[in-house]
Design a protein around this ligand. Structure first.
Ligand SMILES: NC(=O)c1ccc[n+]([C@@H]2O[C@H](COP(=O)([O-])OP(=O)(O)OC[C@H]3O[C@@H](n4cnc5c(N)ncnc54)[C@H](OP(=O)(O)O)[C@@H]3O)[C@@H](O)[C@H]2O)c1
Length: 284
């Protein structure tokens, strides 16, 4: 059986849709903390099991009989995310799961500038330490993060962000989901490897402004704002301190080039071209 954590989330639901085209529903287990959130993906044949990442007993029960687990990274941050992800790894090992496909980030590790990169690095290591087979999807930023970066630029024409000259190889979440379904169902393949999952090109924020111009007819420009101003604005908007630190680390990570790698692994997995970021922007 193949199970997914985060099955009610954007990536989880898309992956379930692709999995249903490749494998009988009776082979799938959707692990959620709230079954109601599965929405239209509440397919009658799929087993729905309830477990919160903070409940190790429920996690272990939910993983009973599961051979392969898609572990979607936690949507929390900092020590909460690390604890939740280690709970899942521990429960998987205890339940006898053979393999974990884990959604990591492009540059994981203790030295990562991006705080989520540190969490992902620790989780990858925990999976290896437990002796589980693995495939690590080291994902770049989703296309779907672009609206967060550009803010009101479609209206006022300015992207305000402390991204320096950093570039991001934005990638389609839909493409990632399709590739995950392929890897999850190609049993015995993709063992003990890490895949860099990126878009076809890395875009600077000036490049993003250029695409807004080309695809949306917006006379857009990028303003590389000081990090201190960014922090001040987030504070004024009432963003909690931990979230500010996370968000600032993301900008620093982009400036440090942690999201600029481009890799053709995704196209190899899909057997077709990736969705293009320019198309996504055209549809905004
Ligand atoms: N590469 C990127 O650009 C990028 C961007 C954003 C996030 N991410 C990472 O990628 C992951 C998947 O992305 P996504 O777009 O699918 O995120 P999402 O839509 O926010 O989905 C997160 C999933 O995690 C579940 N979840 C959260 N806290 C939980 C808990 N305590 N116990 C059990 N389940 C819990 C959510 O359940 P509910 O439905 O009950 O809330 C949801 O199913 C995220 O969690 C995050 O780690 C990557």
């Amino acid at each position: 059986m193949i199970a997914l954590t985060g099955a009610s989330g954007h990536l989880g639901q898309l992956t379930l849709t692709h999995l249903l085209q490749k494998t009988p529903a009776s082979q799938l287990v959707a692990i959620v903390r709230d079954p109601a959130k599965l929405g239209t993906h509440r397919h009658p044949g799929i087993a729905i099991r309830t477990a919160d990442y903070d409940d190790t007993v429920a996690l272990e029960e939910a993983l009973d009989g599961v051979e392969t687990l898609l572990q979607v990274s936690s949507s929390a941050s900092g020590s909460v995310a690390s604890r939740q992800e280690l709970n899942v790894v521990q429960a998987a090992a205890a339940a006898g799961v053979r393999k974990i496909v884990y959604t990591s980030t492009l540059v994981p590790g203790a030295d990562a500038v991006f705080l989520a990169g540190r969490t992902c690095g620790a989780t990858e290591q925990a999976i290896k330490d437990r002796g589980l087979a693995y495939t690590f999807f080291r994902n770049s930023m989703y296309f779907e993060t672009i609206p967060l970066f550009i803010g009101n630029a479609l209206q006022d024409g300015v992207i305000y962000y402390p991204g320096g000259n950093g570039k991001v190889s934005f990638v389609s979440r839909e493409d990632i989901a399709e590739a995950l379904a392929i890897v999850l169902t190609e049993s015995g393949q993709h063992e003990n490897v890490d895949y860099r999952i990126t878009g076809a090109e890395a875009l600077s924020f000036a490049g993003l402004a250029g695409l807004l111009n080309a695809r949306k007819g917006v006379d857009a420009a990028y303003l590389d704002i000081p990090e201190a101003d960014f922090v001040e604005e987030l504070g004024k908007a009432g963003v909690p301190q931990a979230e500010i630190e996370f968000t600032v680390s993301m900008a620093a990570s982009i400036r440090a080039g942690e999201f600029e790698a481009v890799d053709d692994r995704l196209e190899k997995l899909l057997g077709r071209k990736r969705r293009a970021v320019s198309t996504y922007i055209g549809e905004l």
